[in-house]
Design a protein around this ligand. Structure first.
Ligand SMILES: C[S@@+](CC[C@H](N)C(=O)[O-])C[C@H]1O[C@@H](n2cnc3c(N)ncnc32)[C@H](O)[C@@H]1O
Length: 292
């Protein structure tokens, strides 16, 4: 097994987690002073976690959590580890919700009967740890925005993790198990916003054997087979979304760095107007949004 030395921030994260001490405690002491101060049990736990990390196990799975959008989410090998670039999808979703909420407020100002409009319906497809749906719920509660959230995953174990995260964050979300929109069954629901970070890595992509990816669920990375170009799940989601969106509803999807032109074409072919591609904070094309 390949081993490697850990960067300082990973050693600090392991030290803090294993001993309950904070970063300043470690920063103020030399490694020798730390060793002297720690109990034998603490030293053994730090050594065990360090060895596992050096052997390749993702830090987030070792510690059991990952920060996403300023919130802590429980993770385990049944869910994708939330990525920093996916925060861009959450920000874009919040922007859409904010615009829809202001449109509704303007409508209510000119026609009080519009106040009876129900909460905005939002659907998160492939929720995994629940980071997107829960992040939306937390932000919407802080703003006083009325959202009704539904989150779908085909993995029972992932949904259990998402439920735990929702409980931890006090989020009210309807969780459904099933494949994409099929999970909604015969529901009459129509959504104002559908968002998804689906599996989009091509089955033969060499990155699948690198970094954290070999430890993450293949169903979260590659998804439907054969997925030769990584777009199979995006084709299903984009193709079926119009049937589940209200007129004027939005679809937001994350995609791989080289898929934006194809995803834009898929959305235009499915009947979306105002189809716009966006880049993440590193400038990499990362998501496409479109309005019906
Ligand atoms: C890339 S992960 C995204 C997880 C989470 N939303 C995030 O952004 O970190 C994709 C998720 O889609 C789920 N998934 C894969 N195929 C699916 C399908 N056909 N129907 C529903 N969910 C599916 C996987 O189980 C996984 O949780």
């Amino acid at each position: 097994m390949q081993t490697r030395r850990l960067p300082a921030h990973e050693r600090a994260a392991i030290g803090c987690w294993a001993t309950g001490r904070d970063r300043s405690w470690f920063a103020a002491r030399t490694p020798e002073e730390q060793d002297q101060a720690l109990s034998a049990g603490e030293r053994a736990l730090v050594a065990l976690l360090t060895a596992r990390r050096e052997a390749g196990l993702p830090l987030a799975y070792l510690l059991g959590f990952r920060e996403f959008f300023g919130q802590r989410f429980f993770v385990n090998p049944s869910v994708l580890i939330p990525r920093a670039e996916t925060e861009q999808l959450l920000e874009a979703a919040l922007q859409v919700v904010s615009e829809v909420v202001s449109e509704v407020s303007s409508a209510v100002a000119s026609d009080p009967a519009a106040e009876s409009r129900p909460a905005l319906q939002v659907l998160d497809l492939g929720t995994g740890s629940g980071c997107l749906a829960i992040g939306l719920d937390v932000a919407a509660r802080a703003k006083g925005w009325p959202l009704a959230l539904t989150a779908v995953d085909q993995s029972f174990a992932a949904l259990q993790t998402a439920r735990n995260n929702a409980l931890w964050h006090g989020a009210h979300i309807q969780f459904l198990q099933g494949s994409w929109f099929e999970a909604l069954g015969q529901s009459e629901s129509r959504f104002d916003l559908v968002l998804s970070n689906p599996p989009y890595i091509a089955a033969q992509d060499p990155h699948l054997s690198q970094g954290d990816l070999p430890y993450e669920p293949a169903s979260a990375l590659v998804g439907s087979q054969p997925n030769a170009d990584g777009l199979d799940d995006l084709r299903v989601i984009v193709g079926q979304a119009p049937r589940w969106l209200r007129p004027g509803g939005w679809l937001l999807v994350e995609h791989s760095h080289d898929q934006q032109p194809q995803v834009i074409s898929l959305m235009q072919a499915a009947g979306f107007a105002k189809v716009v591609g966006q880049a993440d904070l590193s400038g990499t094309p990362r998501l496409v949004k479109g309005q019906l």
